[in-house]
Write a protein of this length. Structure first.
Length: 130
């Protein structure tokens, strides 16, 4: 019975260390891409502390919040999101220009996600250098 408790503690420590390493990688990637600054201070604090402190993740609320934040960061890092952000400004400019020059339905173009992403891809120099 005592051996099973020791084995359980070892498994928990290993899984906690794996989770901590994964969180560290997410934090580094978020900081490098600038996504870190779009997170709230609470989210930044949760990720920072959970990556640095030597604790066991026993609280399901804490685990759920960490998973939610990690998913949010990964979504923002994604190629589609980056191109959406990059293309949004240009899509508004193009739609405004075209609607002012006679085609009134062009105002609806800014509601089209694919149109915005297309501008983001078009303006992204990485798509041409690969």
């Amino acid at each position: 019975m005592n051996d099973s408790l020791i084995e359980e503690n070892i498994v928990l420590e290993n899984s906690s260390q794996k989770l901590r390493n994964m969180i560290k990688k997410v934090v580094v990637r978020a900081k490098r891409t600038g996504i870190w600054w779009t997170l709230s201070k609470v989210e930044q604090g949760i990720l920072s502390l959970s990556s640095k402190l030597e604790i066991r993740f026993r609280s399901m609320k804490l685990l759920r919040s960490i998973i939610h934040i990690v998913k949010e960061v990964k979504e923002k890092i994604s190629f589609t999101y980056q191109n959406y952000v990059r293309g949004l400004k240009m899509a508004y400019k193009v739609a405004k220009f075209v609607s002012e020059n006679g085609y009134k339905q062009a105002k609806d173009w800014v509601k089209d996600k694919n149109f915005i992403i297309w501008w983001g891809i078009f303006l992204n120099p990485e798509t041409y250098t690969k």
